[in-house]
Design a protein around this ligand. Structure first.
Ligand code: HEM
Length: 180
């Protein structure tokens, strides 16, 4: 099966996925900073963060399926899971697979959160940042649209949003420590 529709679907979901993942990471960073009694309640931020993350997972399913079923390029279903040995763009595709594996670990441990020690859940959850960063590099390396001006602007905006959110969180933590 091949054709422009599958290719557009793959590219389109890749871009939207990056934006949705970025929103999820930013919400995650900021939800951990929520203060009782101020602004949007922490549980609302966490709920939105979780639902946006689940949306990213569904987009990822479409992104991967459209790449695998498109016979124009040789991408086997296991290339989406195993980060090495791919036949098509092995380095960039491998990074996509690595991002997927990390995202899967974050998703599964989040679904089992109440049954896991908090420290273990938290440690795996940090891999979400890594997954996002690796996915950014995957998109830049493999994307047909990666050189287009709008795509560069979008990627820069995503990176800036995460850097800003982390900056706000770190500043807040340092201020709290100084006050204490
Ligand atoms: C969290 C994981 C992932 C994210 C956020 C992501 C995101 C992206 C982005 C932003 C692009 C660039 C689209 C463009 O500029 O045209 C892209 C392209 C692509 N991705 Fe992913 N991706 C992920 C995982 C994967 C996986 C696991 C596969 C394996 C099947 C994959 C296969 C592809 C392919 C084949 C392209 C090239 C599309 C083209 O021809 O332009 N991606 N992805």
């Amino acid at each position: 099966m091949n054709g422009p529709l599958l290719w557009f679907l793959n590219r389109g979901t890749g871009i939207v996925l990056l934006v949705v993942m970025t929103i999820s990471v930013v919400l995650g960073v900021l939800s951990a900073r929520a203060r009782a009694g101020r602004g949007t309640p922490g549980f609302v931020r966490s709920l939105v963060h979780r639902n946006v993350a689940l949306l990213a997972v569904s987009m990822l399913v479409v992104h991967v399926t459209s790449a695998v079923v498109d016979t124009y390029v040789d991408i086997r279903w296991w290339d989406a899971l195993v980060p090495w040995g791919g036949l098509y763009q092995p380095v960039w595709l491998g990074l996509g697979a690595l991002a997927l594996d990390l995202l899967a670990a974050v998703t599964i441990t989040s679904l089992l959160r109440t049954r896991l020690p908090h420290a273990a859940w938290r440690l795996v959850h940090w891999a979400g940042y890594l997954a996002w960063g690796i996915a950014v590099v995957h998109g830049i390396g493999i994307g047909t649209d990666a050189d287009a001006q709008w795509s560069v602007a979008l990627t820069v905006a995503c990176v800036a949003a995460v850097v800003l959110a982390v900056g706000v969180r770190v500043t807040g933590t340092v201020r709290k420590a100084i006050r204490a």
